[in-house]
Design a protein around this ligand. Structure first.
Ligand code: NAD
Ligand code: UGA
Length: 462
């Protein structure tokens, strides 16, 4: 097996493949990195701009390497053929029909990429599973490869899950908490692991690179996401209790987080978690547990998702009950549509649930987000298939315009910009009584109440 890697290919130029391999190219100028995708449009944007994803710091990294040792192409066959190591970074969405619909991961893109690799390979290669997959997927990949390969061509499969978070992807990739590399427990498996360790060692301290067996690595990714989401559901469950008792969720989270065994991070209450992965990966884990006849374990993790759904609808109920139990024809400004700040990604965004529930109550919504495109918002809202379509929606490029004549403002994303708006000006332009519902706990209720707003914040009763 090639142990000294000079050419890397990445299949999938998305949120993970693009930034991950751009950073590899940046930190390893001696390695040629080629990122391929079946989407002609995505590759065109990577080459010509604007980049297909919004991620702070990404443009600089791509600008330094593109055309030097970083290439984007749709010529999949050639890129596979010349690479010694191939990352598979394709999407693994939840299945929408058939067995496990709504729960299991759809592995059709993984299988298609695997077959593309084996068809194009004329020399030995290391295949790196970067996508998040159910435990033991590496075995399926290896079986497909071994049953279709040319004579004298061998493969090793590694699992190297990605832990980056959107919005901080470049910083996460440049200084990761850890790199996890799972491999076969054989001499060839160890060699393959070592080859990938060597790549990361160009910028990651050796002690942060963990090597394990394949199944531990695959399961660790699902476990990490499940435990991260579990923290959010825990703090969100407590936020309901805070509202009922007069405790303050920020104070509780801080007090609890000072315990070094718990730690302060990832304890921010809010409208519920979104993003492309938490929801899908937990359901993937739940399905895995069910298939392995572990119903109690499945039930335990399912609660994390159920609580998240509860939190989103609880927030909407709070809005409606405060607005005198009717929002029919009321104008409500939705501040923020991305699933978190510093990204233009709207996958599983809690804002869409809020929009859906308010449209069902006949509200008129004006929406503002500093990064998400209007096309994306319209596409997401159209997917709700509401009888009135998008006719009750106004999309704004100016936040003050969005708030004008509104009965209420609803903060759905914690964009920094929302912390420093001229709320006096906004208050004056709104209908009275003017309400603010802070779903991200970023605003100062005392200041806003002094202006005249009625303020409702998740996890705080005053
Ligand atoms: P994405 O949808 O942004 O990108 C996937 C890309 O793969 C798409 O551009 C698609 O066209 C391409 N693709 C699919 N099949 C292909 C094929 N056969 N050949 C070439 N290209 C193909 O998805 P993403 O957000 O980058 O996620 C990729 C994987 O990484 C998923 O398994 C996800 O769970 C995991 N992950 C995502 C994140 C994140 O923050 N988005 C973080 C960690 C892990
Ligand atoms: C998450 C994980 O953090 C990454 O480690 C993982 O690689 C990634 O999923 C993945 O597998 O896709 P991401 O979804 O990009 O990353 O963003 P997070 O920062 O984790 O936020 C997820 C959601 O939780 C957001 O809606 C965010 O607003 C919410 N959140 C986060 C809270 O409500 N409270 C918190 O304290 C933290």
């Amino acid at each position: 097996f090639p142990t000294h890697i000079t050419k890397v290919c990445c299949i999938g130029a998305g949120y993970v493949g693009g930034p991950t391999c751009a950073v590899i190219a940046d930190r390893c100028p001696h390695i040629k990195v080629t990122i391929v995708d079946i989407s002609v449009e995505r590759i065109r944007l990577w080459n010509e701009g604007p980049l297909p994803i919004y991620e702070p710091g990404l443009e600089e990294v791509v600008g330094r390497c593109r055309g030097r040792n970083l290439f984007f192409t749709t010529d999949v066959t050639r890129a596979i053929e010349e690479a010694e190591l191939i990352f598979v970074s394709v999407n693994t969405p939840t299945k929408t029909s058939g067995l496990g619909a709504g729960m299991a991961a759809d592995l059709k893109y993984i299988e298609a990429a695997t077959r593309m690799i084996v068809d194009a390979s004329t020399s030995n290669k290391i295949i790196v599973e970067k996508s998040t997959v159910p435990c033991r997927t590496a075995q399926s990949i290896l079986t497909i490869l071994e049953n279709n390969c040319r004579p004298n061509v061998c493969f090793q499969v590694l699992s190297n899950p990605e832990f980056l978070a959107e919005g901080t992807a470049i910083a996460d990739l440049q200084a990761p908490d850890r790199i996890l590399i799972g491999g076969m427990n054989s001499p060839a498996g160890k060699d393959a692991q070592e080859a990938l360790v060597k790549i990361y060692s160009n910028w990651v301290p050796r002690k942060r690179i963990i090597t394990t067996n394949l199944w531990s690595s695959e399961l660790s990714k699902l476990a990490a996401n499940a435990m991260l989401a579990q923290r959010i559901s825990s703090v969100n469950a407590l936020s309901a209790l805070c509202e009922a008792t007069g405790a303050d969720i920020d104070e509780v989270a801080t007090a609890v987080g000072w315990d070094t065994r718990i730690g302060p991070n990832f304890l921010k209450a809010g409208v519920g978690f979104g993003g492309s992965c938490f929801h899908k990966d937990i359901l993937n884990l739940v399905y895995l547990c069910e298939s392995l006849n572990l119903p109690e374990v499945a039930h335990y993790w399912k609660q994390v998702v159920d609580l998240n759904e509860y939190q989103k609808t609880r927030f909407v109920r709070k809005i409606i009950s405060n607005l005198f139990h009717t929002v029919s024809n009321k104008r409500i400004a939705i501040l923020g549509f991305a699933f978190k700040k510093n990204t233009g990604d709207t996958r599983e965004t809690p804002a869409l649930t809020v929009v859906d529930c308010l449209l069902a109550e006949d509200a008129q919504l004006s929406i503002y987000d500093p990064v998400v495109s209007h096309e994306q918002m319209l596409e997401d809202i159209s997917s709700l298939r509401r009888p009135n379509g998008t006719s009750n929606i106004t999309l704004n490029t100016d936040v003050y315009e969005a708030c004008k004549e509104a009965d209420a403002l609803v903060v759905c994303t914690e964009w920094d910009q929302f912390k420093t708006l001229d709320y006096k000006r906004i208050y004056q332009s709104m209908r009275k009584p003017a309400f603010i519902f802070d779903g991200r706990l970023i605003l100062d209720p005392i200041e806003l109440r002094q202006i005249g707003f009625s303020v409702e914040i998740i996890g705080k009763s005053q």
